[in-house]
Design a binder for this molecule. Sequence first.
Ligand code: F6P
Length: 322
Amino acid sequence: MEKIGILTSGGDCSGMNAAIRAVVRCAIYHGLSVSGIKRGFEGLIQNQLVEMDLSSVGGIINHGGTILETARCLEFKTEAGIKKAVDTLKKHRIEGLVVIGGDGSFRGAHELSAKWSVPTIGVPATIDNDIAGTDYAIGFDTAVNTALQAVDKIRDTASSLRRLFVVEVMGRQAGFIALETGLAGGAEEVLIPEKDTDLEKMCKKIVKGYQRGKRSSIIIVAEGNESGGAFRIAQQIGDRTGFEVRVSVLGHQQRGGSPTALDRVLASRLGAAAVEQLVKGNTDKMVGIISNRVEVSNLDYAWRFQKQTNLSLLRLIEILSI
Ligand code: F6P
């Protein structure tokens, strides 16, 4: 193997740049040259490539986003689209590919590997942290810390005015961001897609809390939860308690910003491990972190198995926020 390609795909997140840096520098260490593919699979189809060297990834470890840019590419889901992508790889003599992204991106990577024999390794990167085969995906820790900073600030104003806030965080159909932000932020309640919430019981608890002298309440709502979006839930709480409820939807700020140390370390370890897997001749694999060790799993594991949410955290939040 002499040359590999690298792309970032799907939703961006903090730490992708650190992963790109690790892949490029580790590949060069192993004597390989590296092509950076712009805008994910879309750039592969449209032949948008840049050559990467040591200095092309200098000064990026601390930056959010992705220097290679990213896209959610529908054309890659078609036979014709994949064919064009494979032609680009052949044209540039790219013999292996590192795909940095979430489970949607890994489905594309799996197609390339299983059906078109392109050696491909996935590096999990999504704020949602919903990828099986890794305890943490790159970007999750930064997103949680960003959400936590916002919750801490909201707590200041909530306590000053004795208010109740509903704060909505991202996470798609998973409650990982909500749970960790809620526990770390001392939230009174956390609503996640993985477990139904008894709104009546929740409201009684909130009222009781105020009666015993609480000055604020913060309810964290994961965007995919069953009871609806933050505004709908706020309305329901208001109707049941008579409280004036304020809403804050944190949105895309959770995807950006300088990555935390944890995300930079994770991205560096997984990026390097991905190159090592290609050098060893492996394909159709994902590198992940399990109990602080780099582990390798089959790419399809990422979406065939549902990553389990630690529901004991919900119980802990319930106990600690009484
Ligand atoms: O998957 C990452 C994520 O930020 C989800 O948490 C969110 O539901 C979605 O992407 C938002 O997508 P978009 O940036 O396309 O609005």
